[in-house]
Design a protein around this ligand. Structure first.
Ligand code: DGL
Length: 277
């Protein structure tokens, strides 16, 4: 672990590989900063876990990232953003260090989604945990009460991706079924949010099952833009972030396995280290 006092990377957390789809976009927009990625692969997926477990695991990983020197952490995981973010921000952070920040991915997504829809009927594809939390309808209601959100949990999608089975015909069955169930909720849905950072890996298959007029909202670019704005608005945080353009990857499971699979999410070679939480 780096003990250099000037090392202050921006931390990215996900239950597994999904957050890499966000980090990839962030690093294209903001290449100057240092980044550290932590995937809790040993305990993934989080999607069907209880509120208590997701909160406990997320907090442990957040603490780990703070110990590595992070002042700012992005929960690049909708499930953790839905189930753990608010409690960490309100209950834990003041005791850990009031100057540190933890941000999620749901709010920035809901802030821009009204730019995509004309019918105000939006579909959400996400994990069971994110759907049950009602975080998307609650957040969206604050900015755009005229928008109706139709949600569909896709409990098999993350396990299919994490097990490397995303491109099998079996995956098509689950995608088709879940997408049909979403579209059956309203014929006016013209925008679908991929509300799980793993799902961009399924994009070509998702497109096959959605009518061509439906816009697909992915979070990578949205989070990159929103982080850029955040850093501009918060010089007290931005000044602390170290700027060597370096990235490190950690996983709570096998580093070898992570390095092998991560490239398809990140778009280039990844060399990970194991870390215990
Ligand atoms: N990438 C996580 C999300 O955005 C996946 C959750 C899981 O581990 O099931 O929700």
């Amino acid at each position: 672990m780096n003990r250099d006092k000037t090392y202050c990377p921006i931390g990215f957390f996900d239950s597994g590989y999904g957050g890499l789809t966000v980090l990839k976009e962030v690093m294209q927009t903001l290449p100057q900063y240092d980044y550290v990625y932590l995937g809790d692969n040993a305990r993934a997926p989080y999607g069907s876990r209880s509120f208590e477990s997701v909160y406990e695991y997320t907090l442990e990983c957040v603490q780990k990232l703070f110990n590595m020197g992070c002042e700012l952490i992005i929960l690049a995981c909708n499930t953790a953003s839905a189930k753990a973010l608010r409690t960490i921000q309100q209950k834990d952070l003041p005791g850990i260090s009031p100057s540190k920040r933890v941000l999620g991915v749901i709010r920035p997504t809901t802030e821009v989604v009204k730019n995509y829809t004309k019918t105000n009927h939006i579909g959400l594809l996400a994990t069971q945990g994110t759907v049950t939390s009602q975080s998307y309808p609650i957040e969206l209601h604050k900015f755009a009460p005229e928008i109706q959100v139709f949600q569909q949990a896709c409990p098999m999608w993350v396990p299919l991706i994490e097990s490397g089975a995303a491109n099998t015909p079996g995956a098509d069955y689950f995608l088709e079924t879940d997408i049909r169930q979403l579209l059956d909720q309203s014929s006016q849905i013209d925008t679908v949010i991929l509300g799980c950072t793993h799902y961009p890996l399924l994009l070509s298959k998702i497109k096959k099952h959605l009518p061509p007029h439906v816009s697909i909202v992915m979070q990578g670019e949205i989070i990159a833009k929103s982080l850029q704005d955040y850093l501009q608005r918060h010089p007290e945080i931005e000044n602390k972030c170290s700027k060597n353009g370096e990235v490190r990857f950690y996983t709570t499971d096998s580093a070898e396995q992570f390095s092998k699979q991560a490239a398809q999410f990140f778009g280039k070679e990844v060399k990970a280290e194991h870390i215990a939480v």
